[in-house]
Design a protein around this ligand. Structure first.
Ligand code: OXD
Ligand code: MN
Length: 588
């Protein structure tokens, strides 16, 4: 499919190492996809679902020991340990290559090596990047064909260039003791062995689009972020775009596909989804920051997705979707998961492949991290700019976390560098749903803790540098918290579609149309400026969730100081000054 010497030389190396019986190039054609689906069904790798109710949809079950990303087995293999930083696991690259090649050697014997040429971002976009993944898994091929743009057109776009990312995936024996997800940012190389779970093996996603790309971005003045991108259209038809970072399990996909409250819809407001997980952003010709979503689909968590929480996500899964580790309803060959509806199937198979009666069983039927891989084009609110090669201009960057107290519903940073500080101190509190203590604050700067491919203090410095590059055209930076609790532990803010009310204030701030109160942490709305029309909430409650308690924030500042110690001398001076400034304002 190509004469590109660098690609062919690497594939020769791969053939020699992995010893496949056969090599198949993924060309992106519908016929090839159909053939692979049929083959995977014949071996049991996929189960064909009801083609009338769920056309072109399939179910896959992973090994029970292989159901999530493995952060403790994920490594950044930079030449110098210091370059991986205190928040990443590190391995020496030479030792890592040797170990990984020893594990993978001969592992494709009797199998096919699939070669997937893929583009992260619309093919040919100046913001896009190209990768090649070799894999022994049809499941990976089919998922990559949903999540990225694959095939002949990618190879043609690459031409003779050596500017592409190598990705080697081998399932080997799915041995958790020999499972490794390794990144070599200095060599543009990713190697993943002994897993078949999406986040570990769809190498375009977290491995390339965040870990490797964050390193590329640092060296080339762009940004690879764990952010959704959405467009907000007003009744005049003007659309403003925001990018938002939240730690995993804070409702990023829901916010990306939000449906505005009825009152707004009647007036003509709309939300358009550009992306739900990753944003690549670069200064555009007019000096503003432009973002693309490098992905082409959604790899969403199934449990909790329903007609109320996220009808757009649910609609996206009705065609051409691969479900992983959900329940199979044997009566009609459809799928089910906890939180889909209140009617679990009685005659069913659970995520482990065992008979399961949802009406009687006290055990969960779907794995809590079960997933859907759905084409973005299925989404009813997909942005008309989704395939734009130039991307969309970002007016605001939003950070957020899950905090029971302390952090108000929304506040705006004082300026860009203060916003970098706000992102760097992002945190979530553990909930009763997670194992371990409740209410423990976990810091997750910019939601990038598991995804930054280099030293996180250098990453902060890169953010500060981007502010200098963008100058007064830089997006405004905000922080939101949908999760404030009252004394009895009830949520004070309704969340979901009503978060639109907060987005409206954010856009108004960007346009100089809303006032604010200056507090020690930044600018907080006047309660009157958040529209409560149609909402059963009094303004006093709203004032409560907007309140900034300086005593609590002084304690928070201690936590930040402790967290910052991790980065030692590498922490940018600017962030030390930001913390000092906050403490000073709080004690006034
Ligand atoms: C994801 C995650 O799967 O952030 O997107 O964990
Ligand atoms: Mn994510």
């Amino acid at each position: 499919m190509t004469n590109n010497k660098s690609v062919l030389a690497w594939l020769d190396e791969m053939k020699e190492l992995l010893c496949p019986d056969e090599v198949i190039w993924i060309d992106g054609s519908k016929e090839q996809i159909e053939k692979l689906r049929a083959e995977a069904c014949s071996t049991g790798e996929l189960i064909k679902l009801n083609q009338d109710l769920l056309p072109e949809c399939y179910l896959h079950r992973t090994a029970v020991n292989d159901v999530a990303r493995v952060e403790d087995r994920t490594f950044i293999c930079s030449r110098k340990e210091e370059d991986a930083g205190p928040t990443n696991n590190w391995k020496d690259p030479q030792e890592a290559y040797k170990m990984l090649f020893d594990i993978a050697r001969g592992s494709y014997k009797g199998k096919t090596m699939y070669v997937i040429p893929y583009s992260m971002g619309p093919v040919g976009s100046p913001l896009a990047e190209i990768g090649f993944e070799v894999t022994d898994s049809i499941y990976v091929v089919l998922n990559m064909s949903i999540m990225t743009r694959v095939g002949q057109k990618v190879v043609e776009t690459l031409g003779d260039s050596e500017d592409w990312i190598k990705g080697l995936h081998s399932r080997c024996d799915i041995d958790p003791e020999k499972r490794y997800i390794c990144h070599f940012p200095e060599d543009n190389y990713i190697i993943s062995v002994n897993s078949g779970y999406g986040g570990n093996v769809l190498l375009g996603k977290k491995c390339f689009a965040l870990r490797i790309a964050s390193y590329l971005g640092k060296n080339n003045q762009w940004m690879a972020e764990h952010m959704l991108i959405l467009g907000i259209e007003n009744p005049q038809g003007e659309i403003k775009y925001v990018a938002a970072a939240f730690p995993s399990a804070c409702g990023k996909t829901n916010l990306a596909m939000l449906i505005p409250p009825e009152g707004y819809r009647n007036k003509g407001y709309k939300v358009w989804t550009v992306g739900d997980d990753i944003a690549w952003m670069r200064k555009g010709p007019d000096g503003r920051l432009y973002a693309i979503n490098p992905e082409n689909g959604f790899f969403g968590v199934a449990p909790g997705t329903n007609e109320k929480s996220n009808p757009n996500a649910l609609a996206s899964t009705k065609k051409g979707t691969i479900f992983t580790n959900v329940v199979l309803n044997k009566d009609n060959d459809t799928v089910w998961w906890e939180g889909l509806d209140k009617n679990p199937p009685a005659n069913a198979i659970n995520w482990k492949g065992e008979p399961w009666n949802g009406q009687e069983s006290s055990e969960k039927g779907a794995h809590p991290n079960s997933r859907f891989t759905a084409p973005a084009e299925n989404c009813p609110c997909i942005s008309p700019e989704f395939n734009s090669t130039t991307g969309v201009p970002i007016s605001a960057i939003i950070f957020g976390g899950r905090r029971a107290q302390t952090t108000p519903l929304v506040y705006q940073s004082r300026d860009w560098n203060n916003g970098v500080f706000v992102g760097s101190i992002m945190a979530s509190e553990t909930t009763a749903a997670a194992t371990g203590a409740v209410g423990v604050v976990r810091r997750d700067p910019m939601a990038m803790l598991p995804f930054c491919g280099y030293h996180m203090a250098d990453y902060f410095a890169h953010w500060i540098e981007m502010g200098e590059i963008l100058g007064d055209k830089a997006p405004k930076i905000f922080n939101v918290n949908w999760f404030r609790l009252d004394e009895e532990g009830h949520f004070l803010w309704p969340g979901f579609g009503d978060n639109f009310r907060v987005l409206e204030w954010i856009i108004n701030r960007c346009e100089g149309k809303a006032d604010a109160q200056e507090t020690a942490i930044g600018y907080v709305p006047n309660a009157e400026d958040i529209n409560l029309e149609g909402l059963d909430m009094d303004i006093e409650t709203l004032k409560d969730i907007l309140y900034v308690d300086n005593e609590k924030w002084l304690k928070e500042a201690e936590g930040i100081e402790e967290f910052y110690k991790k980065f030692g001398d590498k922490l940018p001076e600017e962030l030390k000054n930001q913390l000092a400034g906050l403490k000073e304002r709080l004690s006034k």
